[in-house]
Design a binder for this molecule. Sequence first.
Ligand SMILES: C[S@@+](CC[C@H](N)C(=O)[O-])C[C@H]1O[C@@H](n2cnc3c(N)ncnc32)[C@H](O)[C@@H]1O
Length: 373
Amino acid sequence: MAPTQEALYDEIDLELSWSESELPEHERTRHVHRLHPYLGKFIPQLVEVLLERYVPRGGRVLDPFAGSGTTLVQALESDRDATGVDIAAFNALLMRVKTTRYNLAALERDVGEATARLDELDAGRVAGASPYLRRWYAPRALAELLAFRSIIGDYEHRDVLRVVLARAARSARRTTHFDLDFPRDPQRGPYWCHKHKRECTPVTRAAHFVRRYALDTVARIERFSDVRAEGRSATILHGDARALDLGGRYDGIVTSPPYPGLIDYHEQHRYAYELLGLDDLGTLELGKGATKSAIAEYVEGVARVLERASERLRADAPVVVVVNDRRGLYDEVLERAGLRLDHRLRRHVNRRTGRRAGEYFEDVLVARKLSRS
Ligand SMILES: C[S@@+](CC[C@H](N)C(=O)[O-])C[C@H]1O[C@@H](n2cnc3c(N)ncnc32)[C@H](O)[C@@H]1O
């Protein structure tokens, strides 16, 4: 007889649950994990445990909703190869920058030279900037960002410089300090800052952010290069995981799909799309909206991705899905994907810092492909 859903629940899995003090922010954002802010990623320590449990060392893992690349980075750190797919061009860029292996001396030279030119650049012109950019940036800040953008193409490490530019652009928006994630309207004048408990003024310059993040980016890439395994690599695929060719054979899937109505993954990096001229495939992004028809499309879409991805697995390899399934959609998702749920592990998430602080439970679903007999 098939086990009931209740019987599939283990107790809260303490090995997957950390308090803020056990796992402080600097550990969760170590080396390249914090090259650029990204809302909705899973913590590297969770992936670390899941890879150790479910994907053999020396194997290859697939993440079809790879986001900022946490699975890929942890795979490289723990002697595994990885492939990551994402619909959002900025996420694909970020993953590429995180996982590329660099000649560190050449990287340092390029980034140093580019930022040194900031002082000489003519940061006076904002002609041709899009309405979004004019609205969200003070004229001087925008001019500095555009001036830096104009020289990025001169360098071999232009993708790294693009990520630095995007991070500076995020910090230089006309926002309050306490609402950097999804600001609705530009903040043009002084305001009472809930974060700093004093009056603050919106940013008017950007060059200092470029310099600061350039140094930080190189340092983070260097720290990651010290811990990544030799001879392992990551492949990044940009596009719709429902339709793309997902590549070769894998020893496991570790992923966290988007969830309906929670985060718009293109929109959170809008400034990067505007500044870098990236392809916007937002209409193909799953999980946008929470109407009945959006949820039906979501269930069908995630099921399709998991089905296609699991066809690439070696026999009996696991599909590990991290999700806070508050709408109870995943029994149907797995069934439609032709997957059998083996375990539903519960993880206690206790976030004590930031405006999104709070406590909740997250599930780790461990499934396998149903045999066709
Ligand atoms: C919860 S996030 C993954 C975060 C990731 N685990 C991390 O640590 O960064 C889900 C991701 O799925 C991507 N996504 C949404 N629809 C997609 C689709 N049709 N094909 C591929 N990726 C998609 C989103 O862009 C988003 O980055």
